[in-house]
Design a protein around this ligand. Structure first.
Ligand code: SF4
Length: 215
């Protein structure tokens, strides 16, 4: 579809290439994604080098000293809950999955602190598998572009997968997020500068009516 083609030109690359979070292993991406809740990618990336130096894998993270872990992730906010998640998911990876991050959605969502959105990030970015994370930017953009009208992230995920194709769902999610951060933010719609204007019902409605139409 044309919207997908234009977004691909604007934001080329695979899901792994488009993802702003820095990581060396699927486990580290999983942790970084958990930390990114209510936090910017920039701040997460400033936090994780030291965190992963001290706790690089599930074995070390599961055995982490809680106060040390909380101090390391404090800048990302909600540090007590996030420490619970990192400790819990690391322990579960050791107990159930031999210390490896599973690839299946039904396994990923059993990990503490891991919902469908985080699971889709890990699947698409770390493993190159189908996975379309739906966040607030994706919900906003799909509504404005009239790609999906539901506010239910799971329904939107399925709808976008059907529109874009599951294989590129992860990259398309990231492209919508990047467009939502740069041109079509929650507060400001820069429709005049938007490459999608002629395809966007919301942008079209916001255009001034030509004087010739009024005559
Ligand atoms: S035309 Fe406007 S509303 Fe539509 S995607 Fe672009 S910036 Fe957003």
């Amino acid at each position: 579809m044309e919207i997908a083609s234009r977004l691909e030109v604007l934001f080329p690359g695979t899901a792994a290439e488009l993802c702003a979070l820095e990581f060396a292993t699927p486990f580290q991406l999983l942790c970084a994604t958990v930390l990114s809740a209510q936090c910017t990618d920039v701040r997460v990336n400033a936090t994780t080098p030291k965190l992963f130096e001290v706790y690089p894998d599930p074995h070390s993270m599961a055995a982490a000293d809680r106060s040390t872990l909380e101090a390391l992730i404090y800048p990302t906010g909600f540090y007590r809950a996030k420490a619970d998640h990192l400790l819990g998911l690391s322990a579960r990876l050791l107990e159930r999955y031999g210390g490896e991050v599973p690839q299946a959605m039904e396994d990923l969502v059993t990990l503490p602190g891991v919902g469908r959105k985080t699971a889709n990030v890990v699947r698409s970015v770390a493993f190159g598998l189908p996975g379309l994370p739906v966040d607030t930017h994706v919900l906003r953009l799909t509504k404005r572009l009239d790609l999906a009208r539901s506010a239910d992230p799971v329904k939107v995920e399925h709808r976008l997968n059907a529109l874009f194709g599951r294989e590129i769902g992860g990259a398309m999610s990231l492209r919508l997020i990047l467009h939502g951060r740069s041109t079509c933010t929650a507060r400001v719609m820069s429709c005049e500068a938007c490459e999608l204007l002629d395809l966007c019902p919301t942008g079209q409605r916001r255009q001034p009516v030509s004087p010739s139409v009024l005559q």
